[in-house]
Design a protein around this ligand. Structure first.
Ligand SMILES: [Zn+2]
Length: 165
């Protein structure tokens, strides 16, 4: 940096201000690039990761075309989200629950919401610290829809177990 008063290049940073050593002028504050704390960046990273996953799910849904069944979509959503959340064991449980509930009962429902709800029930059973917001974000659906669907599906799970006994 050059001093605007005497044109000297002998300018130093003194306690956050540029000072010319030739003429002694205080030129102005040193502007630092803002430092981001990891806590500030984390929600952004989460949103970015979620939107990337959502984009890939959308991409996949388009690529799958109408010939891929709802069951298959649900299975893929469950597995991908469980993987993304680092709880692959919950996917197995969620798909087991899906088998108990049966595809007839989820007819006409958004496969993403169903997948999220199944996964939510599974992580609760395993007492994993994954909340419905994390699942909802990754599927691009609302956490309320996951909660409501999970409540309904739980009843079927209980009944299914009763029938089996
Ligand atoms: Zn100067």
């Amino acid at each position: 940096m050059r001093c605007p008063y005497c044109n000297s290049e002998d300018v130093i940073d003194v306690d956050g201000e540029y000072v010319c050593r030739s003429c002694g002028s205080v030129i102005g504050p040193v502007l630092y690039a803002p430092r981001l704390k990891i806590e500030d960046v984390r929600p952004l990273l989460r949103r970015t990761a979620a939107s990337i996953l959502l984009a890939s799910l959308n991409e996949e849904a388009r690529g799958l075309g109408p010939k891929v069944s709802v069951e298959e979509r649900i299975r893929r959503y469950v597995e991908e989200v469980a993987e993304a959340l680092g709880v692959p064991e919950a996917a197995k449980k969620a798909l087991e629950l899906y088998g108990v509930i049966g595809k007839r009962r989820i007819q006409g429902k958004n496969p993403r919401v169903v997948a999220g709800a199944l996964l939510y029930i599974a992580v609760n059973e395993y007492r994993l610290s994954i909340d419905k917001a994390a699942i909802a974000n990754r599927l691009g659906v609302s956490k309320l829809s996951i909660r409501d669907t999970a409540t309904r599906l739980r009843k079927y799970v209980r009944r299914g177990v009763e029938y089996a006994n």
